[in-house]
Ligand binder design. Sequence first.
Ligand code: HAM
Length: 434
Amino acid sequence: MSKFQSPTGMGDLFEEDLKYFQKIERVCQEMADFYGFQRIETPILEETGLFVKGTGVTTDVVQKQMFSFRTRGGDQLTLRPEGTPAIVRAYIQHGMQSLPKPVKLWYFGPFFRYERPQAGRYRQFYSFGFESLGGGAPVIDAQIIQIFYNILKTLGIRNLIVEINSIGDSQCRPYFKKSLVSYLRSHRASLCSDCKRRLRENPLRILDCKQEKCQRVVRGAPQILDHLCKDCHDHFKNVLEFLEELELPYSLNPYLVRGLDYYTRTVFEFFKDSNPSTTPASPVPKQHSKDALVGGGRYDGLIKLLGGKETPACGGACGVERVVNLIKSKQKGIGKGLEAKIFLAQVGQLPKRKALKLFEEFRRARIKLAASFDKDSLSTQLKIADKLKIPYTLILGQKEALREEIIIREMASGKQKIVPIKRIVREMKKKIKK
Ligand code: HAM
């Protein structure tokens, strides 16, 4: 065994998984075309300061999860832990503020977070995101949610639940924060050590702490939905009305605050609902698996914060591996469409040359073939075909090659038939169709 292994939490991806990745990317592209989103690719590396300022200096992502380093030239760079600040950076840098609004962008690619690896949580993971910049209307929030819902549904994921909340804006949130902090201070002793720190730095995050002792305290805490200003309240009400109109199953979660600093007003997360009920919309948080598939929300202050004009925006991102794991666990495979039904076996130099040419003829006819050109023994090649569960093997030996013939072997019965090579593509087309 090699003494080198892939870095912790970063795995190799094989065809078995990549075919799901490709399928997800295709569905995203179709959805993007339909809803008018343009693809964008930003660099894997960005200036560290972009995330410190954009994602937020007190967030776990910035404090604990970034892969950062200094280049030989002295630049401080970070492997992107998320997409949104980079999209905003590109939006400002390329003057997209002057384009008709909203500017709608989407992306698909790898992201990096230094986390404790476990199922559904990796240090390198893939994510796709949809961002709409320049639109403040509640219908945009609903449409972003709808896009993720449609993508996941198209991929065969059922029983989705969208948890949703509003965390207000710079008008109303400070008042809520004050009353929350004063309540939490009086329960400080019952909080976990992380939340004691958060009480100083980012008290809202205490609301979604997963520690049982903190959740007990939070259950008695003031709720942000009771403290929204009129504009935020109306915005949220409108978003929910749109979701109801679209019949998207949502659940209000007053403790959902999200772990990134830029959010204003709407925040949402998608989960697989382990206990689906018959009513689509419900005012109570539900029981579900702990890892969100999608996370997102509105970020009306981020573009200005990063140096642009004041511009409202909304978006979300979805973890690709989490979706793949779900599809696989449901065994809702993508089908065997890509797998070969024919194996091409050859024995000897002349047959090998003819087989190579034949391979191309099958490719032009769009019929997939499997072969092991590096193997000479017929029995080894038949064993491989058997292992791959391929129904037909074409055998090209020295005698057949000289006579311009080829053997078709039905693997299940062992029955064989000889046909002229020039007829083989047509012959196999018929057989596969059957
Ligand atoms: P996020 O919730 O931090 O949001 O990540 C989005 C999604 O990426 C998560 O819901 C999850 O599926 C996946 N994910 C996150 N970390 C990992 C990990 N370590 N391993 C596997 N999957 C992971 C954002 O990144 C925001 N930029 C979303 C957004 C876009 N908000 C507005 N626009």
